[in-house]
Ligand binder design. Structure first.
Ligand SMILES: [Zn+2]
Length: 220
């Protein structure tokens, strides 16, 4: 039988200091951890059950994706979209794959689940085929939105310091990729993905284009 939230909290507090701070984990000493200096773990907060609702928990009316279905979309087919943030990331490529329908991961039927898995594999190939991309990482966190989003991040070649889960921290530390480069990278990813998987590309980009990425992201 799983531990209750109270039991987990009690187990953790047992080794915490008088302020409720747990010991520093070993990964702060790893090369890919982006920060250095003197660290403290934040005091552990007591569990809250039931948890506050996520965005869109009560349905599409409160869901950002369902309210703005075209935002940042660079590729789509009848059931899925591939989108970017409105601003360039510090990484060469950062995209999210989402169903058009207001569904979370556990609500996909077997056909939708199979399509998602196939698309993730095709996207890995499309992103990894770009010059300067060493690795593609896939993440689904699920704590902010009730509408499924699967993130794919490109780790730039040569930057072993960004390995693994710390890549998502480095993404916010690095300055944004120049907009023209960012748009071209995502145009190439969308084109290669459409070539191998199908669907329709919704991004136009040219090497010399220096205008905002939003101008080059067309709607569905
Ligand atoms: Zn939604």
């Amino acid at each position: 039988m799983p531990e209750t939230p109270e039991e987990i909290y009690k187990r953790a507090r047992f080794i915490a200091d008088s302020d409720g701070r747990l010991p520093i984990p070993m990964y702060v000493a790893m090369p890919q951890f982006p920060y250095e200096g003197e660290f403290y773990v934040k005091p552990l907060i007591e569990p809250l059950v039931p948890e506050p609702p996520r965005r869109g928990e009560d349905g599409p009316a409160e869901c950002p994706r369902c309210q703005y279905p075209d935002d940042g979309v660079i590729w789509s087919d009848d059931e899925w979209i591939l989108a970017t943030d409105s601003q360039p990331s510090g990484l060469p490529v950062a995209v999210l794959l989402q169903p058009r329908e207001h569904l979370d991961l556990g609500q996909l039927d077997d056909a939708q689940a199979a399509a998602m898995g196939t698309m993730v594999v095709h996207l890995e190939r499309a992103i990894a085929s770009l010059d300067g991309v060493a690795r593609v990482h896939v993440a689904r966190w699920g704590d902010t939105d009730a509408h499924l989003n699967v993130f794919l991040y490109a780790r730039p070649e040569g930057f072993g310091q960004f390995r693994g889960a710390c890549l998502s921290l480095w993404e916010d530390i690095l300055p944004p990729t120049p907009e023209g480069v960012w748009a071209l990278n995502h145009k190439e990813v969308a084109d290669r993905f459409a070539e191998s998987y199908g669907g329709t590309v919704h991004i136009q980009a040219q090497q010399t284009d220096t205008s905002g990425i939003a101008d080059r992201l067309s709607g569905l």
